[in-house]
Write a protein that binds this ligand. Structure first.
Ligand code: F6R
Length: 612
């Protein structure tokens, strides 16, 4: 998603802005731009594609000026070409914007009627013209900015600069987050604190509906009604976090390798290892403590990979806690007109905590009076702040667009919650709790062992790289994992992949099987292994090329010569979805590297999807 940066500084800001934009690259973008104020002239450089193109432009034709705004754009309205890149100008006004202005057509029509000429296809340009119109109508810059913001419908975060003001940026948010950074004689703003980490760790987050007047030595925040409000300054951990690749070729690989550690951190937050028991800590509103015993239904809502973590947990909650679970992709959920149970709880899973569809689902459940719980990786996020109970994943910042460590940390929280729910609901005895907790605590060790399989997985990945289609099969918790495998392969390597519940194959998709079709089968040796092997044999009989991910017992019992295997260690059933995620991720990663795609920022994708 688009990224915003602004600096009211005391030195030339263009290089600083580009530096901050680089830290927002992980969000996904397809063009970028910077504007600064030089004397009384607003000037800008914009470029299609990666920031390196913008840097080349800036090197050839530098921008001076101690105040500026910058942007990485993920195209929504209008193609990712230079004329649509931000900042957008209207006479003496420059604007950068993240989100969607829903009423831009009406506004554009009216502004064109008022004599304003549009040079882009974006919704953003209306903001620049609205502010310019305010100025033309005699408003002061701050009034003009505020007046424009109040006319916008939709979800947006934006920053506005003026040709006449060397010490002023006005910014606002309604939906996507905005962080204000406090420096010494400099102030900053950014889409997140990570962007501002090189400059400051003193951060103030705007709340929904807030807008802010930023000057070199001060800032004043107002709410939607124009009343001055106080928002706390926080010490951000963004600056303490390493946002580089270390020795790894890609952020994604680094994040895959971080999993043993972050799974361990995350589990330690929900498990009392000394007492061998689940200790459900949350950082939400303790007025509404979570009690699974009184629930009669859990509905889980999320998008993409987070949805697949939720899907996996449906098996856990129903099996271990006898708690019925509905699981929906967020974009469908809110329009499904779901009848809500008075004793139900709604759980939202989101790495970023800002995904617009998931947030809309949360608002729907809030209106229905549901108890709201969230699993998020970004604790300051809107979804976290809107929920009664918050269960953070401790994955650290995830920069690769494809979610890896956040997924396994979500699974770690969900497994802990499901066991905790089983205990609270009286379906898990003390003895079973001890066993399950000890099994969960083994997850980091197994994850570490599995990373050692990378070389053999890499070799297998090369056999996928020239394929056009790949199928993934699994049963039980390995079915959502098969979906996650297919999603990872698609988004990273652009190879078409589909997942099926293994038993479903014969009801249609088996027609796809021929000698050209690779089929990844996820089947640890468990109570339904035999059933999955039968489905695998149906594939083999039709010439399909099987890659079996199993354990030594499974490899032996499968009894099929000539199939490719990834042999995992034998492990307790409850942790298999967490640990089997790793070969799935590595297979997709190495296939993509071999194909030569942009692994950390696959085409068309955004890290934090703040539009519906
Ligand atoms: C895929 C991926 C996406 C996200 C989805 C939800 O690898 O990362 O499918 O899982 O966009 O994002 P969050 O978790 O931020 O709500």
């Amino acid at each position: 998603m688009c990224g915003i940066v602004g600096i009211v500084g005391s030195r030339p800001v263009a290089p600083l802005i580009v530096d901050a934009l680089k830290r927002l690259e992980y969000r996904g973008y397809d063009s970028a731009g910077v504007a600064t104020l030089e004397g009384e002239i607003l000037d800008r450089r914009r470029a299609e594609g990666k920031l390196i193109n913008l840097e080349t432009r800036l090197n050839a034709s530098p921008l001076s000026g101690n105040i500026g705004i910058g942007h990485t754009r993920w195209a929504t309205h209008g193609a990712p070409v230079e004329v649509n890149a931000h900042p957008h100008f209207s006479s003496n006004v420059a604007v950068v914007h993240n989100g969607i202005i829903e009423n831009f057509r009406e506004l554009r029509q009216a502004l064109e009627g008022d004599g304003f000429t549009f040079t882009s296809q974006t919704d953003t340009e209306v903001i620049a013209h609205l502010v310019a119109k305010g100025l033309r109508d005699g408003l002061e810059p701050i009034e003009a900015a505020h007046s424009a913001i109040t006319q916008l419908h939709g979800a947006f975060a934006l920053a506005i600069m003026f040709g006449t003001e060397a010490d002023l940026i006005v910014a606002g948010r309604n939906g996507p987050p905005l962080a204000i950074g406090h420096g010494e004689g400099e102030m900053y703003l950014g889409s997140d604190a990570v962007a501002l980490a090189p400059f400051t760790d003193r951060i103030t987050y705007l709340e929904d509906g807030d807008w802010v007047v930023i000057r070199r030595n001060a800032m004043t925040i107002y709410n939607l009604k124009g009343v001055e409000v106080n928002r706390d300054e926080q010490k951000s951990i963004g600056s303490a976090l390493m946002v580089d690749k270390g020795n790894h070729r890609h952020f994604m690989l680094k994040e895959i390798y971080e999993q043993p550690e972050v799974i361990g951190h995350t589990l330690a937050n929900y498990i009392d290892f000394n007492g061998d028991k689940i200790a459900l800590r949350d950082m939400g509103d303790n007025q509404n403590p979570l009690d699974f015993a009184n629930l009669d239904r859990l509905n889980i809502t999320a998008c993409g990979t987070a949805y697949l973590a939720g899907y996996t947990s449906k098996y856990w909650f129903e099996r271990h806690a006898r708690l019925p679970v509905d699981i929906d992709v967020a974009s469908e959920f809110r329009y499904r007109e779901v009848p809500m149970s008075e004793k139900g709880m709604s759980l939202f899973i989101s790495q970023s905590g800002e995904t617009a569809d998931t947030l809309a689902g949360l608002k729907y459940c809030e209106q229905a009076g549901q108890h709201l719980a969230a699993i998020v990786n970004v604790r300051e996020s809107t979804i976290a702040r809107s929920s009664h109970n918050v269960f953070p994943t401790l994955a650290g910042p995830e920069i690769g667009v494809a979610s890896t460590k956040a997924f396994t940390c979500q699974l770690s929280v969900l497994a802990s919650l499901a066991v905790g729910a089983g205990v609270q609901r009286g379906h898990i005895s003390r003895e079973q709790e001890i066993k399950l907790v000890r099994e969960l605590s083994e997850a980091p060790r197994y994850a570490n062992d599995v990373l050692k399989l990378e070389d053999s997985i890499k070799a297998l990945a090369h056999t996928l790289a020239n394929k056009e289609h790949v199928l993934y099969l699994g049963r039980d918790t390995n079915y959502p994992l098969a979906m996650e495998g297919a999603l990872k392969l698609k988004e990273l390597s652009y190879i078409h992949a589909e997942a099926y519940a293994a038993g479903e194959l014969k009801h249609g998709p088996i027609a796809l099987i021929d000698e050209e079709m690779p089929v990844v089968v996820i089947a640890p040796y468990d109570r339904i292994f035999e059933k999955t092997v039968s489905n695998m044999q149906e594939v083999a009989a039709r010439g399909g090329q099987i890659i079996l991910i199993t354990d030594p017992r499974g490899a032996q019992e499968a009894g099929m010569d000539g199939i490719k295997t990834i042999i995992m260690p034998e492990m307790p059933e409850i942790i298999t979805p967490i640990i089997y995620s790793l070969p799935i991720q590595m297979l997709a990663y190495h296939t993509a590297v071999h194909v030569g795609t942009d692994v950390d920022q696959p085409r068309n994708l955004a890290k934090s999807v703040t539009v519906e």
